[in-house]
Write a protein that binds this ligand. Structure first.
Ligand code: SF4
Length: 460
């Protein structure tokens, strides 16, 4: 039986693809291992969105190569993901020890590719687009036992000037609603309590009959499921109907990731984003009106070609106005083949770094204040596991903040809660009173013993 090891770079779509590869290989009798030295097949699932992510993936590929035998026992090396699609055969030339190059649309054929390589020792290149691949249903092995990622669509039609996704993942294609519902039902049966519906732009999901609002309503109605999340969103496709649904559906978590990218209309236009800063702020207001305490997170690129100090100030000012719960800030790097790569990368590295730090600093202040405003409040937490110390629990709020739950009890409260008893709370929604807060992590207390005695565990 061939043992495989997978390492993943990039976004949640890639994490899902890795889980899918694990499921497909497992179904064909392969066994997953978590140490590369134990593996006969090593898969590096790469990301090409940013130069840095690509470089890290290839550095890791070299590390893994140096760690493993060079003799007849050399493992099969497979480069998968967006960079496989982007570079194709070039990977074989640059990294001669790589045996398989497999793009995201071809991971479904992975077992066959591995077996063909084993028989023929011929390198296998599978990078052609396959329009129908996402319509199929395949087994997925989820890393987490409580919450699962579920891909609802692949690809993107937006062609933002800086982004490679439409080139490496192809045009948008949505899975039929009934397939997604069947997958989520199956997950609930297995004990999963939260799903995150994934796509490059979930707002434009459409299977021919149903749009994303229909899908959210359907998934939220499934008994036994406690929480629904989704990502990522595009501001230009965030409709009023969808915002209303997010507000009304209790199981839909109060967390929306809404990538801003820039606060300057001039740069947004150059990025081909299709919205203005004013429209973005309006969406933020509407989301906050629709759902109390909704957390809004974002992505920002600094140093896009032609971004002046004035453009940057507009971004900084928008960050302060929008008061995001978190912002992921990136320095622009040209990606070959994109339209922005043809523009002069004219903001210096030092300037990009300064701009990144300025946004991070402003954002940290905002995030800390927002987290501190939760002190003294009771929040609902989905318990994911025991904390690393084994004595406490950890979970997430609906707004995706991490909460460490102090499960200790006063000496006069008996019986003391054992680790085993604590484990009973994994996968449950429990009320937690927040005692202290850092930027993104909250620390709270829950009346675990009282809950345990009365078994008053919330299950929507
Ligand atoms: S919406 Fe833009 S940034 Fe997002 S995946 Fe599509 S092209 Fe890339």
């Amino acid at each position: 039986m061939l043992k495989f090891f997978i390492t993943t770079f990039g976004c949640q779509m890639n994490i899902y693809d890795s889980e899918l590869m694990a499921g497909i290989l497992h179904e064909q009798g392969f066994q997953q291992v978590f140490e590369p030295k134990d593996a006969g097949l090593i898969i590096i699932n790469t990301c090409s969105v940013r130069k840095h992510a690509e470089e890290r993936a290839f550095a890791n590929l070299w590390d893994l190569y140096h760690l493993t035998p060079k003799t007849a026992k050399k493992p099969i090396f497979c480069v998968a993901g967006c960079t496989a699609k982007k570079m194709g055969e070039e990977i074989f030339r640059k990294y001669p020890f790589v045996d398989l190059v497999v793009s995201p649309a071809n991971i479904y054929g992975l077992p066959k590719l591995v077996n063909t390589f084993k028989k023929t020792r011929q390198k296998q290149l599978a990078i052609k687009n396959q329009a129908s691949y996402i319509k199929k249903n395949f087994p997925v092995i989820h890393a987490n036992k409580i919450k699962a990622l579920v891909t609802i669509m692949q690809g993107c039609n937006n062609y933002c000037a800086y982004c490679m996704v439409p080139y490496v993942r192809g045009a948008e294609i949505s899975r039929p609603l009934k397939n997604i519902v069947a997958e989520v039902r199956g997950l609930v049966k297995k004990g999963y309590r939260e799903v995150t519906l994934l796509g490059q732009n979930v707002n434009s999901y459409h299977d021919g009959k149903n749009d994303f609002t229909d899908l959210l309503k359907k998934i939220s109605s499934l008994p036994g499921l406690l929480r629904v999340r989704f990502m990522t969103n595009h501001p230009k496709d965030m409709s009023g109907t969808l915002i209303k649904a997010i507000g009304k559906l209790d199981k839909v978590c109060g967390h929306v990731h809404l990538p801003l990218q820039s606060g300057s209309d001039r740069i947004l236009k150059a990025m081909n984003r299709g919205y203005t800063a004013a429209h973005f702020l309006q969406l933020v207001r509407k989301l906050r009106q629709a759902k109390q305490d909704i957390a809004i997170t974002t992505d920002i690129i600094v140093g896009f070609p032609g971004e002046t100090k004035k453009d940057f100030q507009k971004t900084l000012s928008l960050v302060k106005q929008a008061k995001f719960d978190a912002a992921f800030v990136f320095k622009y790097s040209p990606r070959p083949g994109t339209t922005a790569a043809e523009l002069a990368d004219d903001v210096s590295a030092a300037e990009k770094q300064q701009r990144l730090e300025k946004i991070n600093q402003a954002q940290q202040d905002i995030a800390r204040k927002l987290s501190q405003s939760l002190i003294g409040q009771q929040v609902e937490v989905l318990v994911e596991d025991l904390a690393t110390d084994g004595k406490n629990l950890f979970g997430k709020t609906a707004g995706y903040r991490t909460v460490i739950i102090d499960a200790s009890v006063a000496p006069n409260q008996r019986p003391a809660t054992s680790d085993q008893q604590l484990s009973l709370y994994i996968g449950q929604l429990i009320p937690v009173k927040i005692i202290t807060a850092k930027n993104w992590t909250l620390y709270g207390k829950s009346a675990i013993n009282r809950l345990h005695r009365s078994n008053t565990i919330s299950s929507k």
